[in-house]
Design a protein around this ligand. Sequence first.
Ligand SMILES: Nc1ncnc2c1ncn2[C@@H]1O[C@H](COP(=O)(O)OP(=O)(O)O)[C@@H](O)[C@H]1O
Ligand SMILES: [Mg+2]
Length: 215
Amino acid sequence: MIDLRNVSFSYNSHPVLAQVNLSVRPGDRIGLAGPNGSGKTTLCRIVMGLLASQSGRIEIFGKVRATESDFVDIRGRIGFLFQDADDQLFCPTVLEDVAFGPLNQGKSLREVRQIVSSTLGDLGLLGFEERFTHQLSGGEKRLVALATVLAMDPEVLILDEPTAGLDEETVERLVEVLRNSRIAQLVISHDRSFLEKTTDKLFTLSHGILKPNGV
Ligand SMILES: Nc1ncnc2c1ncn2[C@@H]1O[C@H](COP(=O)(O)OP(=O)(O)O)[C@@H](O)[C@H]1O
Ligand SMILES: [Mg+2]
């Protein structure tokens, strides 16, 4: 589904990723750990086509993706949870934010209503429909951001630090949601115990080098 070969990236002259190889296949649950500033978010942004790598080869859903326009059709198929929920939520209410993606996909109002309530239900957010997103706590915003991603029924999920700002109970709910999902997952987290619970393969990014280490 996602295949990166020898992908390198620098911000100006600051090298961040060096010859990274990574594949995500159907059913994979891959964890990605690494210290602050090691390039985890940069890697996600390259996969989504939000940043262009300077070298290497990126194949997604069986097609090589090089120019910006090559990435347009992957955005509905890869669900990307941004590290900062404020980058993801832009509607006044939770209902509007979660409905936005499926409406854009051309779903009927009836289907969208159903999707919104089942997605919010899975995340323990029933009753949040009319809440104003900007008034939610950090943890609530993160869950709503995840709801907006899941509501689009993606084929792959990329979650950038999904547990940041969540209390233990909510982290456990998230573990359940991810374990019960059959969507291929790439999960970025500092939280080793969360990665051990949610993923089967673990990689660590350090000094630009991605290395496998068994969970
Ligand atoms: N827009 C940017 N311009 C210049 N340097 C950046 C930019 N974004 C991130 N960096 C730097 O690139 C490195 C990797 O950042 P990032 O991918 O956010 O790491 P992580 O997500 O692992 O914490 C860090 O040293 C960071 O300071
Ligand atoms: Mg990051």
